[in-house]
Design a protein around this ligand. Structure first.
Ligand code: NDP
Length: 289
């Protein structure tokens, strides 16, 4: 596709959505690949997600991303689903096709790409702790299992939700030979090599109540949040002797995966993540000043 072709129309649909950095990320991807892309933000009324997306599709758009709180509704509205979206029961990427919408979920693939490629942590055989049992944790589970960790523990404030999630993925874990189990948030076990915080605790400036020894020395601890909200978790992780990582890399990698779904081309994420990191850091410094 040349830059003279009419731009491919895309958007992130959510409520609220004004904070989303997806337009900047996709504009950078498009520029790096010489594609003409018009990626905007669309705020859907809470009771009109499907109607809003239908109108966007009817205007000739190629697809959209879906963010909070519509990933479950998007899952229900798609005519076709990728395997990873079907397992997650959540959709964050839609392709508008002639026969209906194709739904995908790129969040977990983005997380695994960030952990393995950007942070350089090979997950195979490692002990992984996933905190949370909401949409973000569900999206992460299948790709995490696919990386074949030795053990994967899902710990959540409401234990029953972690148990239900583990139950849903039990057959997949057995197929892949991964020991998958559920645990209460405060006592998930010890000596984890990788911790992924997929709870919304950071939004409330709370740090999960984990004991010393939960992490192995030199473990990697990632919060799916980024910016000032992630700061308490990152400080806690460093105090445990862990390498702390926020969710910015995951955000860029899930976007790259979505871009690949729409265009069949995979953008390079390195420079985009570095530029976004500078923007987020300078916004945080500006907020402090
Ligand atoms: P959900 O509302 O579906 O789930 C929230 C989860 O957080 C539940 O497991 C809930 O536990 C737990 N939780 C909420 N508050 C607390 C608390 N104070 N202490 C401990 N646990 C708590 O949200 P999502 O799963 O959709 O999103 C979770 C986070 O992930 C959000 O902060 C979101 O911004 C982030 N995210 C980041 C992405 C990225 O690209 N970087 C992509 C997707 C999500 P319980 O079941 O007990 O209520």
């Amino acid at each position: 596709m040349s830059t003279h072709a009419p731009p491919a129309r895309l958007a992130v649909v959510g409520n609220p959505v004004s904070h989303s950095r997806s337009p900047q990320i996709h504009a950078r991807f498009a520029q790096s690949l010489g594609h003409a892309v018009d990626y905007t933000r669309v705020e859907a009324p809470l009771d009109a997600f499907v109607a809003t997306v239908r109108a966007f599709a009817a205007a000739g758009a190629r697809g959209c991303n879906v963010t909070v709180p519509f990933k479950g509704e998007a899952f229900a509205a798609c005519a076709r689903l990728t395997e990873r979206a079907r397992r997650a029961e959540a959709v964050n990427t839609i392709v508008f096709e002639a026969g209906g919408w194709l739904g995908d979920n790129t969040d977990g693939a983005g997380l695994v790409a960030d952990l393995q490629r950007n942070a350089g942590v090979a997950l195979a055989g490692r002990r992984v702790l996933l905190l949370g049992a909401g949409g973000a944790a569900a999206g992460a589970l299948d790709p995490l299992l696919g990386a074949r960790p030795g053990a994967l523990v899902v710990a959540n404030r409401t234990l029953a939700r972690a148990q239900a999630l583990v139950e849903r993925f039990a057959a997949r874990a057995a197929e892949l030979g991964v020991a998958l189990s559920a645990a209460p948030l405060a006592s998930p076990g010890a000596d984890f090599d990788v911790l992924v915080n997929a709870t919304a605790a950071s939004l409330q400036a709370e740090v999960p109540p984990l004991r010393a020894g939960t992490l192995a020395p030199g473990a990697l601890a990632l919060d799916m949040m980024y910016g000032p909200a992630a700061a308490p978790f990152l400080a806690w992780a460093r105090a445990q002797g862990a390498v702390a990582r926020d969710g910015l890399g995951m955000l860029v990698e899930q976007a790259a995966e979505a871009y690949h779904v729409w265009f069949g081309a995979r953008p390079d994420t390195f420079a985009v993540l570095a530029a976004l990191r500078r923007e987020v850091d300078s916004a945080a410094a500006g907020a402090k000043a």
